[in-house]
Design a protein around this ligand. Sequence first.
Ligand SMILES: C[S@@+](CC[C@H](N)C(=O)[O-])C[C@H]1O[C@@H](n2cnc3c(N)ncnc32)[C@H](O)[C@@H]1O
Length: 175
Amino acid sequence: MNRNYLNKINKAFDNAITNPGSILLSNDEQDFWDILEDVSFSAKLLIEIGTARGISTVLLTEVAEEIWTFDLQDYPIKKDIWNYFKISHKIYSYIIKDYLELATIISQVDFDAAFIDGNHNYDWIVCDTFLLERCGYILFHDYHLESVPRAIDRLIKRKGGEVFVKGKYAFWTNK
Ligand SMILES: C[S@@+](CC[C@H](N)C(=O)[O-])C[C@H]1O[C@@H](n2cnc3c(N)ncnc32)[C@H](O)[C@@H]1O
């Protein structure tokens, strides 16, 4: 797979990807597709933690029928980007006020995969994995940070499973 979404977004949205605060770099996109292809990833309902400008959400709509995406902050450009790709009908975007609100919503929903790209502090990743591990399939961004592999090690100690790594992405499953 090679969708090249990030270049399209940059062209249409005045270099939204390379603006300060953006996270997904264009040269990371192929790793994203490669890891999902390697593990034959697909989902009916995927939970995303860390929406930001909604760029990873765009990519995830290729592999998930529906996405519920959560963030503490609202970046209005995400709606323009999702409309541009005509995918808004697949996405439910929540601006949460705290972890309790996130936990309350997630505890009431059946989902079959997750993407964690919110707060990259170790304790936060561990808390996010507590909420999401029951689905058995979690993609993590920023595996190059010390906190992410450490949180995945802890997840494996608790729940078993294995991890596949490609660039900055890691995919954990215990199915
Ligand atoms: C690295 S950015 C996400 C980028 C996005 N996934 C993408 O690739 O386009 C991290 C986002 O997580 C949000 N965030 C930070 N802590 C969070 C938390 N505890 N729960 C949910 N979102 C959080 C931040 O506001 C920020 O927008």
